[in-house]
Design a protein around this ligand. Structure first.
Ligand code: AMP
Length: 443
């Protein structure tokens, strides 16, 4: 299957070929013909599946064929993305496809001043890529008029399900013409997502490349049961094995991610951190340095990392497990992009057994264990703390269930008892005992 058999104009096919893109990915093969026929599309696809081109190419094709001059403030196409990074990436990808055409693109996201964005809109824009919050701000300032918008795309829509986003989406939806083409892409399909899809789409064609919530097949996943205090040493040991390759490490909190970045820096790594406390400029510089390879390890929180598309990322570490299970799929989707290989390594401390259970349930698959063994939730300890057994016990309430199943290198663990001591209830401390000096292992 080639792009020309999908009905795309030769101009776009040339633009693709110039980027070395010759064969459509499965989501492109499935979605493009329906989108070209004007149908609404609901695409269930992971990041890295080529979904930007799946919605972008038919949209560009239609806009190019109907070459109206861009009027001030009135974009003909609107693409909404949950984060600044993803919005920028979509903007840049579409700009390369549209190169040489008369189509003007604009990017509207938070974190930067209003004036240049207002001026940009007043000069006329065909395609607007925006994050919902800032778009609402500009609508309030009457700097954007959506009454003539013919195409709407909601990308990574499942990441827009919290209340702030839903409120903004409702505002935006009310300003769009009913007569339009809408495409919605999402990696997962929680129940609330079905409702949003129902509100935005009319008789959509459903296309799907991976069952929702299931990870990209090319990603090799591994799980280490490791005490909280031993995570950093284990991370350094694993990073040491691939010093020249790009790795992204996910932490849960801003503070924890910053601290981890400093520890890795002290261990000799070129590291950058991106999280909610960093300015947009700092985030952009960090991502640029990572993309160029000047920084090999990027420590990130979920919000900051969404949408990052850097083909060279070979390793994703879930240093902390996400507490929203779908985010596991999003995180590991940062590797193995466009058919490349990648590994996704998750660390699970005793207090993360609840998160692990939720992730495996959402993926309908177990993550293969590389070292350690599942922590047992001890009902006594849970009861003492008032927590329900099995319901996300706090640090120190679990203990490894059985012997270690081997180190990453395949040798059996030398210290299965240590993790036991580290996390055993009544060990005297809520924190696991810090294991031995060099490259300790929890189990
Ligand atoms: P996306 O899922 O849209 O974020 O795309 C992931 C990556 O795949 C991007 O780096 C694209 O440039 C790349 N890509 C998109 N379509 C194709 C294709 N048909 N062949 C090869 N690479 C592609």
């Amino acid at each position: 299957m080639q792009f020309d058999s999908l009905g795309l104009s030769p101009r776009l096919i040339n633009a693709l070929n110039e980027q070395g893109i010759t064969d459509p990915t499965p989501i492109q093969t499935q979605a493009i013909p329906h989108a070209m026929a004007g149908r609404d599309v609901m695409g269930l696809a992971q990041t890295g599946s080529g979904k930007t081109a799946a919605f972008g190419l038919p949209m560009l094709d239609a806009l190019m064929k109907n070459g109206r001059k861009a009027e001030p403030k009135t974009p003909r196409a609107l693409i909404l993305a949950p984060t600044r990074e993803l919005a920028r990436q979509i903007h840049d990808t579409l700009a390369t496809f549209a190169q040489g055409s008369a189509l003007k693109l604009a990017l509207i996201t938070g974190g930067v001043g209003f004036t240049p964005q207002i001026e940009r809109m007043s000069r006329g824009v065909a395609i607007l890529v925006a994050t919902p919050g800032r778009l609402v701000d500009l609508l309030d300032r009457r700097a954007v008029d959506l009454s003539k918008t013919e195409f709407l795309v909601l990308d990574e829509a499942d990441q827009m399900l919290d209340l702030g986003f839903i409120h903004s989406l409702r505002r935006i939806a009310g300003l769009l013409p009913k007569q339009r083409q809408t495409m919605l892409f999402s990696a997962t399909m929680p129940k609330l997502m079905e409702e949003i899809a129902g509100a935005f789409l009319t008789d959509p064609v459903r296309v799907q490349v991976n069952p929702p919530g299931q990870a990209v097949a090319k990603i090799e996943q591994k799980l280490h049961f490791v005490a909280k205090a031993a995570k950093t040493d284990l991370l350094i040991e694993l990073l040491d094995a691939h010093r020249d390759e790009l790795a992204i490490v996910f932490g849960r909190t801003k503070h924890g991610s910053e601290k981890l970045a400093r520890q890795l820096e002290n261990a000799g790594y070129a590291v950058a951190a991106i999280h909610g406390n960093k300015s947009q400029g700092q985030r952009d510089r960090a991502i640029a340095a990572f993309r160029e390879g000047a920084v090999r390890v990027l420590v990130a929180t979920d919000v900051a990392a969404r949408g990052i598309d850097i083909p060279g990322i070979r390793h994703v570490y879930n240093y902390d497990l996400p507490n929203v299970p779908e985010n596991y799929v999003h995180r590991i989707g940062r590797t193995a992009r466009a058919g490349a290989d990648g590994t996704a390594i998750a660390f699970c401390a005793p207090d993360e057994m609840g998160e692990l259970k939720d992730i495996e349930k959402a993926m309908k698959a177990k993550i293969p264990v590389a070292s350690g063994a599942p922590w047992e939730v001890v009902p006594d300890a849970a009861a003492r703390s008032g927590a329900r057994p099995g319901s996300k016990p706090r640090q120190g309430q679990g203990r490894p269930n059985g012997q270690g199943q081997g180190r990453p290198g395949g040798q059996p663990s030398r210290r299965p008892a240590q993790a036991n001591a580290a996390a055993k209830p009544g060990a005297g401390s809520a924190k696991p005992r810090r294991p031995g000096p060099r490259k300790p292992r929890a189990a």
